[in-house]
Design a protein around this ligand. Structure first.
Ligand SMILES: Cc1ncc(COP(=O)(O)O)c(C=O)c1O
Length: 368
Protein backbone atom coordinates (compact mmCIF):
# COMPACT_ATOMS: atom_id res chain seq x y z
CA UNK A 1 0.00 0.00 0.00
CA UNK A 2 1.31 3.42 -0.96
CA UNK A 3 1.44 5.99 1.79
CA UNK A 4 -0.02 9.19 0.39
CA UNK A 5 2.18 12.26 0.66
CA UNK A 6 0.71 15.73 1.22
CA UNK A 7 -0.89 16.84 -2.03
CA UNK A 8 1.66 19.62 -2.46
CA UNK A 9 4.51 17.09 -2.36
CA UNK A 10 3.03 15.29 -5.38
CA UNK A 11 3.60 18.46 -7.38
CA UNK A 12 7.20 19.00 -6.29
CA UNK A 13 10.25 17.45 -7.95
CA UNK A 14 13.49 16.24 -6.39
CA UNK A 15 16.57 18.24 -7.37
CA UNK A 16 17.90 16.65 -10.56
CA UNK A 17 21.42 17.92 -11.12
CA UNK A 18 22.14 18.93 -14.72
CA UNK A 19 25.75 19.31 -15.90
CA UNK A 20 26.27 22.74 -14.23
CA UNK A 21 25.07 21.30 -10.90
CA UNK A 22 27.46 18.34 -10.86
CA UNK A 23 30.24 18.15 -8.31
CA UNK A 24 33.82 18.75 -9.40
CA UNK A 25 34.68 15.07 -9.03
CA UNK A 26 31.65 14.05 -11.12
CA UNK A 27 32.68 16.61 -13.74
CA UNK A 28 36.25 15.27 -13.79
CA UNK A 29 34.86 11.80 -14.54
CA UNK A 30 32.25 12.97 -17.03
CA UNK A 31 34.67 15.14 -18.96
CA UNK A 32 37.74 12.95 -18.52
CA UNK A 33 39.97 15.80 -17.41
CA UNK A 34 41.62 16.82 -14.16
CA UNK A 35 41.31 20.61 -14.37
CA UNK A 36 37.76 21.87 -13.91
CA UNK A 37 36.83 25.55 -13.76
CA UNK A 38 33.32 25.56 -12.33
CA UNK A 39 31.64 28.88 -12.97
CA UNK A 40 28.05 27.77 -12.53
CA UNK A 41 27.46 28.00 -8.76
CA UNK A 42 28.57 31.53 -7.86
CA UNK A 43 31.01 30.09 -5.36
CA UNK A 44 34.02 32.10 -4.25
CA UNK A 45 37.21 31.34 -6.19
CA UNK A 46 39.18 32.74 -3.24
CA UNK A 47 38.10 30.08 -0.74
CA UNK A 48 37.34 30.73 2.93
CA UNK A 49 39.26 32.99 5.29
CA UNK A 50 42.23 31.08 6.78
CA UNK A 51 40.95 32.27 10.16
CA UNK A 52 37.64 30.44 9.55
CA UNK A 53 39.51 27.26 8.66
CA UNK A 54 41.65 27.56 11.81
CA UNK A 55 38.48 28.02 13.89
CA UNK A 56 36.99 24.81 12.44
CA UNK A 57 40.18 22.92 13.25
CA UNK A 58 40.12 24.26 16.80
CA UNK A 59 36.44 23.32 17.23
CA UNK A 60 36.80 19.84 15.68
CA UNK A 61 37.60 18.21 19.03
CA UNK A 62 34.19 19.25 20.35
CA UNK A 63 31.95 17.72 17.68
CA UNK A 64 30.63 15.11 20.12
CA UNK A 65 28.78 17.98 21.87
CA UNK A 66 25.58 19.58 20.59
CA UNK A 67 25.98 23.16 19.38
CA UNK A 68 24.53 26.16 21.18
CA UNK A 69 20.89 25.88 20.11
CA UNK A 70 20.45 29.63 20.27
CA UNK A 71 23.66 30.48 18.43
CA UNK A 72 24.06 33.34 20.91
CA UNK A 73 27.66 34.34 20.23
CA UNK A 74 27.25 34.44 16.46
CA UNK A 75 23.87 36.18 16.55
CA UNK A 76 25.27 38.78 18.93
CA UNK A 77 28.26 39.30 16.64
CA UNK A 78 26.10 39.63 13.51
CA UNK A 79 23.83 42.05 15.36
CA UNK A 80 26.71 44.23 16.52
CA UNK A 81 28.13 44.20 12.97
CA UNK A 82 24.94 46.02 11.90
CA UNK A 83 24.37 47.83 15.22
CA UNK A 84 21.24 45.81 15.99
CA UNK A 85 20.08 43.55 18.81
CA UNK A 86 20.72 39.78 18.75
CA UNK A 87 16.98 39.07 18.99
CA UNK A 88 16.61 40.56 15.49
CA UNK A 89 18.82 37.84 13.95
CA UNK A 90 17.95 34.21 13.18
CA UNK A 91 20.23 31.56 11.70
CA UNK A 92 19.53 28.99 9.01
CA UNK A 93 21.23 26.03 7.39
CA UNK A 94 22.18 28.17 4.40
CA UNK A 95 20.23 31.10 3.04
CA UNK A 96 17.99 28.38 1.59
CA UNK A 97 16.73 27.37 5.02
CA UNK A 98 16.24 30.96 6.14
CA UNK A 99 13.83 31.25 3.18
CA UNK A 100 11.89 28.06 3.97
CA UNK A 101 11.66 29.10 7.61
CA UNK A 102 9.93 32.33 6.57
CA UNK A 103 7.36 30.59 4.39
CA UNK A 104 6.77 27.87 6.99
CA UNK A 105 6.29 30.53 9.63
CA UNK A 106 4.22 33.08 7.76
CA UNK A 107 2.65 31.69 4.58
CA UNK A 108 -0.58 29.79 5.22
CA UNK A 109 -2.07 27.37 2.67
CA UNK A 110 -3.80 29.33 -0.09
CA UNK A 111 -1.97 32.59 0.63
CA UNK A 112 0.01 34.18 -2.18
CA UNK A 113 3.70 35.00 -2.47
CA UNK A 114 4.62 37.40 -5.27
CA UNK A 115 7.84 36.45 -7.02
CA UNK A 116 9.51 38.33 -9.89
CA UNK A 117 10.96 36.59 -12.95
CA UNK A 118 13.65 35.62 -13.53
CA UNK A 119 14.93 35.09 -10.01
CA UNK A 120 16.20 32.52 -7.53
CA UNK A 121 13.94 29.47 -7.80
CA UNK A 122 14.03 28.68 -4.07
CA UNK A 123 11.33 31.29 -3.29
CA UNK A 124 8.70 29.49 -5.38
CA UNK A 125 9.73 26.12 -3.95
CA UNK A 126 9.50 27.40 -0.36
CA UNK A 127 6.12 28.99 -1.03
CA UNK A 128 4.71 25.79 -2.52
CA UNK A 129 6.13 23.60 0.23
CA UNK A 130 4.24 25.71 2.77
CA UNK A 131 1.05 25.22 0.73
CA UNK A 132 1.15 28.82 -0.52
CA UNK A 133 0.68 30.00 -4.08
CA UNK A 134 3.63 31.52 -5.93
CA UNK A 135 2.41 34.39 -8.11
CA UNK A 136 5.05 35.04 -10.74
CA UNK A 137 5.42 38.49 -12.26
CA UNK A 138 7.22 38.65 -15.60
CA UNK A 139 10.35 40.70 -16.10
CA UNK A 140 10.31 44.44 -16.64
CA UNK A 141 12.09 46.29 -19.43
CA UNK A 142 15.71 45.35 -20.02
CA UNK A 143 15.55 42.43 -17.56
CA UNK A 144 14.80 44.69 -14.60
CA UNK A 145 12.57 43.54 -11.75
CA UNK A 146 9.08 44.80 -12.59
CA UNK A 147 8.25 46.60 -9.33
CA UNK A 148 5.04 48.27 -10.63
CA UNK A 149 3.93 44.88 -11.97
CA UNK A 150 4.54 43.33 -8.55
CA UNK A 151 2.47 46.01 -6.83
CA UNK A 152 -0.30 45.44 -9.35
CA UNK A 153 -0.24 41.72 -8.47
CA UNK A 154 -1.08 42.35 -4.79
CA UNK A 155 -4.49 40.89 -3.86
CA UNK A 156 -6.26 40.37 -0.52
CA UNK A 157 -4.60 36.92 -0.46
CA UNK A 158 -1.04 38.30 -0.77
CA UNK A 159 1.05 37.58 2.32
CA UNK A 160 4.58 37.84 1.08
CA UNK A 161 6.72 39.44 -1.62
CA UNK A 162 10.18 38.19 -2.54
CA UNK A 163 12.82 40.51 -3.94
CA UNK A 164 16.39 39.53 -4.68
CA UNK A 165 18.74 42.51 -4.51
CA UNK A 166 20.98 42.40 -6.44
CA UNK A 167 19.09 39.80 -8.40
CA UNK A 168 20.12 36.28 -9.30
CA UNK A 169 20.41 35.60 -12.29
CA UNK A 170 20.45 39.11 -13.76
CA UNK A 171 23.05 40.55 -11.35
CA UNK A 172 21.22 43.85 -11.41
CA UNK A 173 20.46 46.17 -8.53
CA UNK A 174 17.20 47.73 -7.40
CA UNK A 175 18.35 51.20 -6.38
CA UNK A 176 17.56 52.53 -2.91
CA UNK A 177 15.16 55.24 -4.07
CA UNK A 178 13.19 52.75 -6.19
CA UNK A 179 13.07 50.26 -3.34
CA UNK A 180 11.85 52.83 -0.83
CA UNK A 181 9.11 54.00 -3.17
CA UNK A 182 8.06 50.35 -3.70
CA UNK A 183 8.02 49.61 0.04
CA UNK A 184 5.85 52.65 0.71
CA UNK A 185 3.19 51.16 -1.56
CA UNK A 186 3.22 47.62 -0.12
CA UNK A 187 0.42 47.02 2.42
CA UNK A 188 1.84 46.81 5.95
CA UNK A 189 0.52 43.29 6.56
CA UNK A 190 2.51 41.92 3.59
CA UNK A 191 6.01 40.75 4.42
CA UNK A 192 8.75 41.79 2.00
CA UNK A 193 11.59 39.28 1.98
CA UNK A 194 14.70 40.97 0.63
CA UNK A 195 17.31 38.43 -0.33
CA UNK A 196 20.75 40.06 -0.27
CA UNK A 197 22.85 36.93 -0.79
CA UNK A 198 25.18 38.99 -3.01
CA UNK A 199 24.97 42.24 -1.02
CA UNK A 200 28.65 42.24 -0.04
CA UNK A 201 29.70 42.45 -3.70
CA UNK A 202 27.75 45.64 -4.41
CA UNK A 203 29.85 48.69 -5.25
CA UNK A 204 27.06 51.00 -6.50
CA UNK A 205 26.44 53.70 -3.86
CA UNK A 206 22.72 53.66 -4.81
CA UNK A 207 22.32 50.34 -2.96
CA UNK A 208 20.33 50.49 0.27
CA UNK A 209 20.17 47.30 2.31
CA UNK A 210 16.92 46.09 3.82
CA UNK A 211 18.77 46.07 7.14
CA UNK A 212 18.97 49.87 6.98
CA UNK A 213 15.30 50.07 5.98
CA UNK A 214 13.94 47.99 8.85
CA UNK A 215 13.31 50.94 11.18
CA UNK A 216 11.27 52.65 8.45
CA UNK A 217 9.57 49.49 7.09
CA UNK A 218 8.96 46.90 9.87
CA UNK A 219 7.51 44.42 7.35
CA UNK A 220 10.95 43.91 5.72
CA UNK A 221 12.95 40.77 6.42
CA UNK A 222 16.49 40.64 4.98
CA UNK A 223 18.40 37.48 4.19
CA UNK A 224 22.16 37.14 3.87
CA UNK A 225 24.50 34.18 3.47
CA UNK A 226 28.02 33.03 4.30
CA UNK A 227 28.13 31.05 1.04
CA UNK A 228 29.26 33.80 -1.29
CA UNK A 229 31.76 36.49 -0.24
CA UNK A 230 32.77 34.52 2.89
CA UNK A 231 33.45 31.39 0.82
CA UNK A 232 31.69 29.00 3.23
CA UNK A 233 29.10 27.47 0.85
CA UNK A 234 29.89 23.91 1.90
CA UNK A 235 29.27 24.68 5.57
CA UNK A 236 25.70 25.97 5.01
CA UNK A 237 24.98 29.12 6.94
CA UNK A 238 22.59 31.96 6.27
CA UNK A 239 20.89 34.48 8.49
CA UNK A 240 17.82 36.64 8.45
CA UNK A 241 17.28 40.04 10.03
CA UNK A 242 13.87 41.33 10.98
CA UNK A 243 11.94 42.87 13.85
CA UNK A 244 12.45 40.98 17.13
CA UNK A 245 8.76 40.00 17.12
CA UNK A 246 9.12 38.38 13.67
CA UNK A 247 12.34 36.62 14.65
CA UNK A 248 10.81 35.23 17.84
CA UNK A 249 8.07 33.61 15.73
CA UNK A 250 10.65 32.12 13.36
CA UNK A 251 12.52 30.68 16.34
CA UNK A 252 9.41 28.54 16.97
CA UNK A 253 9.66 27.07 13.46
CA UNK A 254 13.41 26.40 13.46
CA UNK A 255 14.71 23.08 14.73
CA UNK A 256 17.02 23.79 17.67
CA UNK A 257 20.28 22.46 16.21
CA UNK A 258 19.88 23.55 12.58
CA UNK A 259 23.33 25.17 12.58
CA UNK A 260 26.20 22.94 13.63
CA UNK A 261 29.10 23.76 15.95
CA UNK A 262 31.76 23.91 13.21
CA UNK A 263 29.67 26.43 11.28
CA UNK A 264 29.15 28.57 14.36
CA UNK A 265 32.90 28.59 15.08
CA UNK A 266 33.88 29.31 11.47
CA UNK A 267 31.36 32.10 10.95
CA UNK A 268 32.45 33.97 14.07
CA UNK A 269 36.03 34.09 12.71
CA UNK A 270 34.91 34.75 9.13
CA UNK A 271 32.83 37.75 10.15
CA UNK A 272 35.77 39.10 12.11
CA UNK A 273 38.13 38.86 9.15
CA UNK A 274 36.95 42.06 7.51
CA UNK A 275 40.24 42.51 5.58
CA UNK A 276 39.70 39.15 3.87
CA UNK A 277 36.10 40.00 2.93
CA UNK A 278 37.12 43.40 1.58
CA UNK A 279 39.88 41.84 -0.48
CA UNK A 280 37.52 39.22 -1.99
CA UNK A 281 34.98 41.92 -2.87
CA UNK A 282 37.69 44.15 -4.38
CA UNK A 283 39.16 41.38 -6.52
CA UNK A 284 35.66 40.35 -7.64
CA UNK A 285 34.86 43.88 -8.66
CA UNK A 286 38.07 44.21 -10.73
CA UNK A 287 37.39 40.91 -12.49
CA UNK A 288 33.74 41.87 -12.99
CA UNK A 289 34.83 45.00 -14.84
CA UNK A 290 37.34 43.05 -16.89
CA UNK A 291 34.90 40.30 -17.99
CA UNK A 292 32.15 42.84 -18.67
CA UNK A 293 34.52 44.79 -20.92
CA UNK A 294 35.88 41.74 -22.74
CA UNK A 295 32.47 40.16 -23.38
CA UNK A 296 31.10 43.46 -24.62
CA UNK A 297 33.99 43.69 -27.10
CA UNK A 298 33.06 40.19 -28.29
CA UNK A 299 29.60 41.53 -29.16
CA UNK A 300 27.63 40.04 -26.26
CA UNK A 301 25.14 42.01 -24.23
CA UNK A 302 26.30 42.03 -20.60
CA UNK A 303 23.82 43.17 -17.98
CA UNK A 304 25.33 45.53 -15.38
CA UNK A 305 26.24 43.20 -12.53
CA UNK A 306 26.63 44.08 -8.86
CA UNK A 307 27.28 40.45 -7.92
CA UNK A 308 29.92 37.76 -8.41
CA UNK A 309 28.42 36.59 -11.71
CA UNK A 310 27.44 38.02 -15.09
CA UNK A 311 24.21 37.55 -17.01
CA UNK A 312 25.04 37.62 -20.69
CA UNK A 313 22.92 37.56 -23.83
CA UNK A 314 25.05 35.91 -26.50
CA UNK A 315 22.59 36.74 -29.25
CA UNK A 316 22.56 33.07 -30.35
CA UNK A 317 21.54 29.78 -28.75
CA UNK A 318 23.93 29.09 -25.87
CA UNK A 319 23.99 25.27 -26.17
CA UNK A 320 27.00 25.15 -28.53
CA UNK A 321 29.12 27.53 -26.49
CA UNK A 322 28.30 25.81 -23.18
CA UNK A 323 29.20 22.43 -24.72
CA UNK A 324 32.43 23.72 -26.20
CA UNK A 325 33.50 25.32 -22.89
CA UNK A 326 32.63 22.10 -21.03
CA UNK A 327 34.97 20.16 -23.32
CA UNK A 328 37.66 22.61 -22.17
CA UNK A 329 36.70 21.92 -18.54
CA UNK A 330 34.84 25.21 -18.03
CA UNK A 331 31.29 24.94 -16.73
CA UNK A 332 28.87 27.84 -17.06
CA UNK A 333 25.09 27.94 -16.69
CA UNK A 334 22.88 28.15 -19.79
CA UNK A 335 19.81 30.39 -19.59
CA UNK A 336 17.40 27.59 -20.54
CA UNK A 337 16.33 27.18 -16.91
CA UNK A 338 14.96 30.72 -17.06
CA UNK A 339 13.50 30.12 -20.55
CA UNK A 340 16.20 32.39 -21.99
CA UNK A 341 18.05 30.11 -24.43
CA UNK A 342 20.42 32.78 -25.76
CA UNK A 343 21.58 33.71 -22.25
CA UNK A 344 24.26 32.35 -19.97
CA UNK A 345 25.08 33.07 -16.33
CA UNK A 346 28.79 32.98 -15.62
CA UNK A 347 30.29 33.14 -12.13
CA UNK A 348 33.26 35.50 -11.92
CA UNK A 349 36.34 33.41 -11.26
CA UNK A 350 39.86 34.33 -10.21
CA UNK A 351 41.98 36.30 -12.65
CA UNK A 352 43.60 33.08 -13.89
CA UNK A 353 40.26 31.27 -14.30
CA UNK A 354 38.82 34.22 -16.19
CA UNK A 355 41.79 34.22 -18.58
CA UNK A 356 41.11 30.54 -19.31
CA UNK A 357 37.42 31.35 -19.79
CA UNK A 358 38.08 34.20 -22.20
CA UNK A 359 40.54 32.15 -24.24
CA UNK A 360 38.06 29.26 -24.45
CA UNK A 361 35.18 31.56 -25.46
CA UNK A 362 37.29 33.15 -28.21
CA UNK A 363 38.34 29.73 -29.46
CA UNK A 364 34.72 28.53 -29.51
CA UNK A 365 33.61 31.61 -31.44
CA UNK A 366 36.31 31.03 -34.07
CA UNK A 367 35.25 27.42 -34.47
CA UNK A 368 31.57 28.32 -34.70
C1 LIG B 1 19.81 34.76 -4.47
C2 LIG B 1 20.25 33.66 -3.59
N1 LIG B 1 19.73 33.57 -2.37
C3 LIG B 1 20.09 32.60 -1.53
C4 LIG B 1 21.00 31.67 -1.91
C5 LIG B 1 21.24 30.57 -0.93
O1 LIG B 1 22.52 30.37 -0.64
P1 LIG B 1 22.91 29.39 0.54
O2 LIG B 1 21.78 28.48 0.83
O3 LIG B 1 24.12 28.69 0.04
O4 LIG B 1 23.21 30.30 1.69
C6 LIG B 1 21.58 31.71 -3.18
C7 LIG B 1 22.54 30.69 -3.61
O5 LIG B 1 23.00 30.61 -4.72
C8 LIG B 1 21.19 32.74 -4.05
O6 LIG B 1 21.68 32.84 -5.28
Amino acid sequence: MRIEPRSVVKELHAFHPAMPDRTRSELRQMLGREEIVKLSFNESPYGPSPKAVAAIQAAAGQIHCYPDAEGKTLRTQIASFYTLEADMVYLGNGGDETITLVTQGFLSPGEEAIIPQPTFEQYAFAARLAGGIPVRVGRGSDMRTDLPGMLAAVTPRTKMIFLCNPNNPTGMLIRGAELRSFLRQVPEHVMVVLDEAYGEFVTDPAFVSGIQLLAEFPNVLTIRTFSKVYGLAGLRLGYGIARAETVSLLQRVRSPFNVNCLVLAAAISALDDTDFVASVARRNSLERERLTREFTVLGFKVYPSQTNFLFVDLGFDSTGLCGSLARDGIIIRPGTGWQLPTFVRISIGSSEQNSLLLAAVKKALQEK
